[in-house]
Design a protein around this ligand. Sequence first.
Ligand code: C2E
Ligand code: MG
Ligand code: MG
Ligand code: MG
Length: 289
Amino acid sequence: AAKEAGRATCRFFTPELNRRASDRLWIENNLRRALGNDELELHFQPQFSLDGRRLIGAEALVRWRQPDGTLIMPGQFIPVAEDTGLILPLGDWVLGEACRRAAELLRHRDLLIAVNLSAVQVRRPGLAERVAGWLSSYGIPPAALELEVTESVLMDESDVVADTFSHLRGMGVSLAIDDFGTGYSSLAYLKRFRVDKLKIDRRFVSELRADNPDSGAIAKAVIGMARSLHMDTLAEGVETEEQYRCLVELGCDQCQGYLLGRPMPYDDFLAFLRGGAAAPADRVAETVE
Ligand code: C2E
Ligand code: MG
Ligand code: MG
Ligand code: MG
């Protein structure tokens, strides 16, 4: 009877809600097969130094390619993977694939490859050992790998996260806090965990205006704090020259965003790399004051 009632309430779903609920179910039912079926792929978004626009690395971002070629973006399936536990095998696939690609990319150029981790992956004991395994099987120097976690991971009280972080840093892998400024972590956590980089969330970048010094208040505060704790800063979602110039002015170290390069399939990224990053370099003259 409860089941009947549940089904009946579906009729009161708006079409949008109904579609979303069934998408979720569809994703849940198909993601496991997709993993075994080689339907996931990593795209790479270039990252640049803010002084001189040098290409310094790339962030690996997962996509799910449907048999018909359509891409499903991570915002749609990562949350489902997290709820169902599939994030563990999926996260392992991402790490292994990122290392495999990194090994190829490093033959062409020195790069830092950044990989996103879900909190669940970091809380599972043994992450550092598995990362060490991938690095050695692909012959990658640990300094070429950066792992991105969100602030919520820092609030974890258990020793697992702290141990994993210090093990990884001890190996020479770097750690970055993603979407910094959007979570609720206290600044005290940053001293406890010691990370290498803060990624300033796109929302604080999008509000930057050259004619309004107050627009940069949050970015400025993050950059100042990072500097005093000996961390680097990377601005996410840089879309305009104006934002770029504001970030240079504020003393931010690095950036990524549509202005300088979108996430792209591996082959395109390789072509971009081998072309000497010509497209972004063409713009250098515009920023010289
Ligand atoms: P994120 O790690 O903060 O990644 C940045 C997101 O911003 C990416 O979206 C990227 O395509 C997008 N982006 C980059 N530059 C710009 C820009 O200039 N403007 C705008 N509007 N957006 C920009 P994407 O690829 O859809 O990924 C969304 C989120 O999904 C990621 O946010 C990350 O939290 C998660 N994610 C992606 N790949 C993985 C993965 O392999 N594992 C896990 N656990 N999460 C992942
Ligand atoms: Mg990220
Ligand atoms: Mg981010
Ligand atoms: Mg984000």
